[in-house]
Ligand binder design. Sequence first.
Ligand code: NDP
Length: 304
Amino acid sequence: MRVLIGGGSGFVGRELTRLLRDKGHEVTVISRQPGPGKITWGELESRGLPPCDGAVNLAGENVLNPLRWWNESYKKDLFSSRIDTTKALSQAIAASSSPPHSWVLVSGIACYKPSLTAEYTEDSDWTPFDLLSQLVKEWEAAASLPERAAKTTKQVVIRAGAVLGRDGGAMKQMLLPFWLGLGGTLGSGRQPFPWIHVTDLAGIIARSLEPPANTEVTHSSPQVYNGVAPAFTTNYEFTKELGRILRRPTIFPVPEFVMSTLLGSERAVILTQGQKVRPMKTLESGYQFKYPDLTSALKQIVGS
Ligand code: NDP
């Protein structure tokens, strides 16, 4: 299978590329920078979709970029880096004379309103309630194919929780303070912390890229899968387990107002609030998690 991955040079994209190549598939990355095995977004726009059997979009400015202040220009980049790239791919698929059989977008669980009690599945209704949920709405809408194209291309949206892995994402920023014994709960610590190991996210994407089964009708709306581990975890449980595995104390809680001051309150909610998200459809699809629980995931990541 030939797979085109927008933003495939990033944390999730590198893991997905490894997995697909191990299975004997060919990967082409769409990037802002030209290079071997890559095309640029400009080339996609001017030349149209290259021959491919599956397409994925993973492009997006990092929401927790510690080097960027939370201001209008950053917010604009968060939206345009996701929506413009997703639109470019969905339009290229719709215009292609030999479209791929599968089109996968990885979005986020920020569409579900933070709550200590509510539980969400892929069937849960939601409407935007803040900036990040508005982003998810516009991002997923940008992926939607017109009806004619949806008859030939299976559409999948995977809503990912915090992606945990050794080579990127939140863990990359957290490991050093935890190693130094400076780790601690964020805010109250009671907030749910929906997470997924990067190997499992890549596994769910790879499964979604497979051709639709004969019995599978092609829907005009996308199939949605929650990309989170089946075990519910709170920020307190995550903090204590990471400290236990690293054999380091976790006695320095970071109050919510400090997080809001450092990150801006609109994005601090990603860490200080959370949602209980169940991967109901993901499990029903038969996907078997390699890292269903936090202990196995963290042990793999910190290599103990
Ligand atoms: P990365 O931060 O690693 O970024 C992926 C790629 O996006 C980069 O390699 C880069 O490719 C491209 N990119 C970055 N900034 C921009 C920009 N301003 N404009 C256009 N392209 C840009 O992402 P991850 O691999 O961690 O995540 C993949 C997707 O999953 C993202 O859309 C992310 O929002 C989503 N997601 C990730 C989560 C996580 O915890 N990591 C959680 C939930 C959702 P290049 O430089 O080659 O152009």
